[in-house]
Write a protein that binds this ligand. Structure first.
Ligand SMILES: [Zn+2]
Length: 118
């Protein structure tokens, strides 16, 4: 029987090499790739060094390109980003960008996650 061509409810495909493995498997027996149930943005950002880097980048973007909502696009908040672009002809997003940039750079990683990485 060719195991790779058969898939039941108790089996799934490896995220890395697509071979059929048991649904409960946490690591692929063939390529040793860990099998996450869902890979979301939040899960990928659990490493604290990643969050610090993300926070610094978002803060600097906010200070430089904040008047176009660039930091909000960067953080995946495209609705607010679009709103900021629409009002970029006024001075409001400019000051908002500086305000948020300073706020982001001064926040702790925990505060940053709570406020911006929902
Ligand atoms: Zn695999």
């Amino acid at each position: 029987m060719n195991q790779a061509e058969y898939k039941s409810d108790r089996q799934k495909y490896c995220l890395e090499c697509a071979v059929v493995i048991p649904r409960t498997a946490e690591i692929c027996p063939r390529c040793d790739k860990p099998q996450a149930i869902t890979v979301t943005r939040k899960i990928r950002k659990t490493k604290s060094s990643d969050i610090s880097r993300e926070r610094m980048v978002a803060g600097v973007i906010a200070l430089i390109f904040g008047s176009f909502g660039a930091h909000r696009f960067y953080l995946g908040h495209w609705r607010i980003g679009v709103l900021l672009v629409m009002f970029s002809w006024t001075a409001i997003p400019f000051f908002w960008g500086i305000y948020e940039g300073i706020k982001i750079l001064h926040a702790t990683d925990k505060e940053f996650v709570k406020t911006y990485l929902r």
